[in-house]
Design a protein. Structure first.
Length: 202
């Protein structure tokens, strides 16, 4: 069984912008909100509406978003030409929110709460080639169940049975003095040290 199904993707050319903050204004005795839409939001929404699947995607969903930001002049020559990551504003999560809101309004999916896994990146446009600033978005329905791993410590509610990720097969113990959980391999002298620190048995 393939992991993903009903894939949907699009590339929108234009300088990525973050989602504008909502504005609040008083109407009579109440307060209303207004979320201004940027040109970039409207461009993504317009493309998404034209290509949105029918019916909208259902969950769980996997999302990949790649923002290609304009390359500044100081990153085109010399050592700066090797730069690839965009490490200045706008923030990645604010731009991501614009994409999710546009997809929700365009009915690409039923709701953005269906996104269960995602990978988002923010990079400069390549120095050479025809890549223009914009955003690539890929989303698909996840068909395989999540496979739990040994490092998923939250699987167990019994802290004393947590396996140490550094020593597989070694169970952690709860210290009878301080109450913390420790690995007998990583911290062999934990209890004796605790006794000395807390003056227990002296």
């Amino acid at each position: 069984m393939p992991k993903y199904a009903n894939e949907f993707f699009l590339y929108v050319v234009g300088q990525p912008k973050p989602q504008a903050r909502p504005r609040f204004f008083r109407v009579g005795a109440g307060v209303r909100t207004h979320s201004p839409k940027t040109l970039f939001f409207n461009m993504v929404y317009g493309e998404a509406v034209k290509k949105a699947p029918k019916p909208p995607l259902g969950g769980p969903l996997s999302l990949k978003v790649s923002f290609f930001m304009p390359r500044p002049k100081n990153a085109t020559t010399g050592k700066g030409s090797a730069k690839t990551w965009h490490i200045s504003r706008p923030d990645l999560d604010n731009m991501e929110k614009a994409i999710c809101d546009a997809f929700t309004q365009a009915r690409v999916w039923r709701d953005d709460s269906l996104v269960c896994e995602k990978m988002t990146s923010k990079v400069l446009t390549p120095l050479h080639g025809e890549q223009r600033p914009g955003v690539f978005v890929w989303v698909a329905e996840i068909k395989e169940p999540y496979v739990y791993h040994k490092d998923d410590m939250v699987l167990s509610q019994d802290y004393d049975r947590w396996a140490c990720p550094a020593h597989l097969g070694v169970k952690r113990r709860r210290c009878p003095i301080c109450g913390s959980v420790f690995c007998t391999k990583c911290d062999e002298d934990h209890i004796s040290g605790c006794r000395d620190t807390n003056n227990v048995g002296n």
